[in-house]
Design a protein around this ligand. Structure first.
Ligand code: NAD
Ligand code: MG
Length: 382
């Protein structure tokens, strides 16, 4: 494969920094064309000095000046339009979208419309606008490769298979830090406890989503759009060790699984190297060591977010966008200690019941729904 010209959106985050580690391991395979961050201009400046991208975007305009003064030989841009434009540049082959939340949607769409190879970590893009993204993929011939560990596992299991032979997808979930708490213990959960995930070290938003298991709900919607399957054929299962990253059962009863230590570098490099495999210097499983892999059903009563997300798919074209916006606000308010952990699903549920879906699905109305939901979810006392 010739050199991949790569734009990493959200390069200062958990996924973004791990992607840059992969680039360091394979300097002959990549040219970094663009790096972006929201507000962490110090780390972005370090990355720019190391990787010398042609373009640098800092979306929080407050930091443009100080960043411009710190870096050289790169064009410094700011703003959300610029962030989406970067994803469609002629000089870019591959866009790794490692932005968090709805803020990543327009970049995904812009990269797909421009026919890029898109390595997608920003699952919220597919949650809010899956139908629009699918439509754009069909028109442009762009390639969409999952970076989420479960979806990378599904994608790897499907290599050499026909999609029509899928009977169901078993999407595994660690169950997060509160799997064993009862409902009354859940009322006492603190921000610190919720941020302490047993298996994965990730950004704050997805860590809280894992604690409420909204993350699994969002991932079911993500799988629905990626693999063109109805939600009823996507079954979540708790697997606390996070070694099996997901499984596919085929029509003949055979199942395939993808396994490994919980390490996001594996799905990141797979999306970047596909259809090849490249070496990755990272710890391996020691299969000689005695260990148990266990499984249990999801408790939907304890984790109402999973069902809210699964049901949103059939509740109208904008319901997943309402779910996503309300959840982003609720997570943010929980992190600011304005609401409790158990209020997160309540805010999502109330928002779903109160925001009216619009008639036609397009980018403008999607943005309106997102905005409207955010202000409603902000206004709820609890
Ligand atoms: P993070 O919070 O660590 O990083 C987010 C990045 O996006 C940062 O570079 C930040 O500067 C930028 N950003 C944040 N808000 C922005 C905004 N409003 N506008 C522009 N840029 C903004 O997040 P993360 O954990 O790396 O997650 C990124 C995405 O990958 C999320 O969609 C998450 O669900 C998904 N994902 C993450 C992991 C993981 O292990 N971290 C695993 C699977 C999927
Ligand atoms: Mg995941």
């Amino acid at each position: 494969m010739s050199i991949q010209k790569l734009a990493i959106l959200g390069s200062t985050g958990s996924i973004g920094t791990q992607a840059l580690d992969i680039v360091r391991q394979h300097p002959d395979k990549f040219e970094i064309v663009a790096l972006t961050a929201h507000s962490n201009w110090e780390l972005l400046a370090e990355q720019v000095n190391e990787f010398q991208p042609r373009y640098t975007v800092i979306s929080d305009e407050e930091h443009v000046e100080v960043l411009s003064d710190t870096v050289s030989d790169t064009e410094v841009l700011s703003g959300s339009t610029e962030l989406a434009d970067i994803a469609s540049l002629d000089e870019v082959d591959t866009v790794l979208n490692a932005l968090v939340g709805f803020a990543g949607f327009e970049s995904t769409l812009s990269a797909i419309n421009a026919g890029k190879k898109v390595a997608l970590a920003n699952k919220e893009s597919l949650v809010v606008g899956g139908a629009l993204i699918k439509n754009a993929l069909q028109q442009s011939g762009a390639q969409l490769l999952p970076v989420d560990s479960e979806h990378s596992a599904m994608f790897q299991c499907l290599t050499g298979e026909n999609r029509k032979d899928i009977e169901k997808i078993i999407i595994t979930a660690s169950g997060g830090p509160f799997r064993e708490l009862n409902r009354s213990e859940m009322q006492e959960v603190t921000v610190e406890q919720a941020l302490d995930h047993p298996n994965w070290n990730m950004g704050a938003k997805i860590t809280i989503d894992s604690a409420t298991m909204m993350n699994k709900g969002l991932e079911i919607i993500e799988a629905h759009w990626l693999f063109d399957l109805p939600v009823k054929q996507i079954e979540p299962v708790i697997h606390p060790q996070s070694i099996i990253h997901s499984m596919i059962t085929f029509v003949d009863g055979s199942s395939k699984a993808q396994l490994g230590l919980p390490d996001m570098k594996v799905p990141i490099i797979y999306a970047l190297s596909y259809p090849e495999r490249w070496t990755l210097d990272t710890p391996r499983m020691d299969w000689k060591e005695a260990q148990n892999l266990t499984f249990e059903p999801v408790d939907y009563e304890k984790f109402p977010c999973v069902k809210l997300a699964m049901d949103s798919i059939t509740e109208g074209p904008y319901a997943p966008a309402v779910l996503n916006a309300a959840n982003e606000v609720a997570v943010d308010r929980f992190l600011k200690r304005e609401i409790g952990y158990i209020d997160i699903p309540k805010i999502v549920e109330k928002s779903l019941a109160n925001i009216q879906s619009k008639d036609s699905l397009n980018v403008e109305t999607l943005k309106e729904i997102d905005k409207e939901t955010r202000s409603y979810a902000e206004s709820l006392t609890k």
